[in-house]
Ligand binder design. Structure first.
Ligand SMILES: Cc1ncc(COP(=O)(O)O)c(C=O)c1O
Length: 414
């Protein structure tokens, strides 16, 4: 029952995903609460000075100080690790700080990273600009072209980083192929599983070494908190990441951990319901004359449709991106105007850059999530001015279609 010093909740060893999602964690406190307790405390009282010394020296496992040990945070970590089929997990204050922790734990000056060029905009900035300040160089390659990943490998390559599907283009990488390539090069493969979550895809099943999460998205699922996590082997978590967390403190607050923990309980049914709606929306968008192209892994027209359907379960996730038509090839300014028009005509969708919420969200990636990239970086990633991203929530699909039809029907007549 106790893996180290801290006991686990008692579950059969072959407990299935849906059971783990509502139960994995720590046993209840002395009061026997059924819903997990929120331990809002910055530190923990020690029985005596000698025990405190042993615990601070890592000779005895116990809760000490919430920068690196807190029962509510541990419950979230254990539950997410179980869902990802990882040995361990470390929770962080945000998705971006999970990637910061990844870099700080695994890389040093002189190391090299190969990263997909289609990842979330802030991830491009973190690898391309911030890590570069500390002597870590990153080569950005096509998400889908394994040949480019192979060609980018150097003797000092330590990490491959991909996001699958990507934000906002929903490009899917072949996780198994990248894992084999990374391992042959003596590097780790980290996959950002934010768009699928373990409810639809488990990168570790395909050989990934690390799974990155923005808990802000589907794990919380209701747009309430900022959170993140890294899942990996016990050795990586304990030896590489826990020491950095203890010194650098990008920790998840107990309150936010509690919110995301409770979010995990409904993750699977939310992902199924939101994905089913997204597939219907994607098929409908594809039939609209004012829509030039739709990006959704569940559509047969998606370039990696077969791979997505083999690597993920479900219909392709909840995020649909599309490009509004720019009649007469009028250029980026007109494309942006048309995209803004469609967004501004919505009344139900929330105009916000977040995704993974029960409320459907709509955004213009080129000026929001990817607004800090240069036009050249955006072009490389395929994020054009006419692109709109919809993250389907639990709204009735008919209301969302009507919401988008308002702006799109205006464009058909242009
Ligand atoms: C794919 C992806 N990864 C990481 C992040 C960053 O997460 P956070 O906002 O929790 O730092 C985002 C945020 O939009 C994202 O979309």
């Amino acid at each position: 029952m106790a893996e180290h010093g801290i006991p686990r909740v008692k579950l059969p060893p072959d407990a299935r995903l849906d059971t783990l999602a509502v139960r994995e964690g720590l046993p209840p406190s002395a009061w026997g609460e059924n819903s997990e307790a929120l331990f809002l405390t910055s530190s923990f009282v020690q029985p005596d000075a000698a025990t405190a010394a042993a615990r601070f020296a890592n000779e005895e496992e116990a809760f000490i100080y919430s920068r690196f040990t807190n029962p509510t945070v541990t419950m979230f970590e254990r539950r997410l690790a179980a869902l990802e089929k990882a040995q361990a997990c470390i929770a962080t204050s945000s998705g971006m700080s999970a990637i910061l922790l990844l870099g700080m734990g695994l890389l040093k000056a002189g190391d090299h990273v190969v990263c997909s060029q289609s990842v979330f905009g802030s991830t491009v900035m973190l690898f391309g600009r911030e890590f570069a300040k500390f002597g870590v160089e990153t080569t950005f390659v096509s998400q889908t072209d394994v040949v480019q990943w192979r060609a980018a490998v150097r003797a000092n390559t330590k990490l491959f980083f991909a996001e699958s599907p990507t934000n906002p283009l929903t490009e899917v990488c072949d996780i198994r192929a990248l894992a084999e390539l990374a391992h042959a090069a003596g590097a780790w493969l980290a996959v950002n599983n934010c768009f699928c979550t373990p409810a639809l895809q488990r990168p570790i099943d395909y050989g990934a070494d690390l799974v990155v999460h923005s808990g802000t998205k589907f794990l919380d699922g209701q747009g309430r908190v900022i959170a993140g996590a890294l899942c990996a082997s016990e050795a990586l978590v304990n030896e590489r990441f826990v020491p950095v967390m203890r010194s650098a403190g990008m920790c998840l607050s107990p309150f936010n951990a509690w919110v995301v923990l409770k979010g995990l309980e409904t993750l699977s049914i939310r992902m199924q319901a939101q994905s089913a709606r997204a597939l219907e929306l994607a098929a409908w968008l594809q039939a609209q004359s004012a829509v030039e192209r739709v990006y959704y892994p569940g559509l047969a027209s998606h370039p990696q449709h077969a791979l997505a359907m083999a690597q993920q379960s479900g219909t392709g996730g909840s995020v649909v991106s599309f490009i509004v038509a720019a009649p007469g090839g009028e250029g980026p300014a007109a494309a942006r105007r048309n995209a803004f028009h469609v967004i501004d005509c919505t009344e139900v969708c929330s105009i916000t850059a977040n995704l993974g919420d029960t409320k459907t969200t709509i955004t213009h990636p080129a000026s929001t999530s990817h607004g800090r990239l240069s036009e050249e970086q955006r072009q490389a990633a395929g994020i054009t001015q006419g692109m709109i991203r919809v993250a389907m929530g639990l709204d009735d699909i008919a209301d969302i279609k009507a919401d988008l039809a308002r702006g799109l029907s205006g464009l058909s007549g242009l």
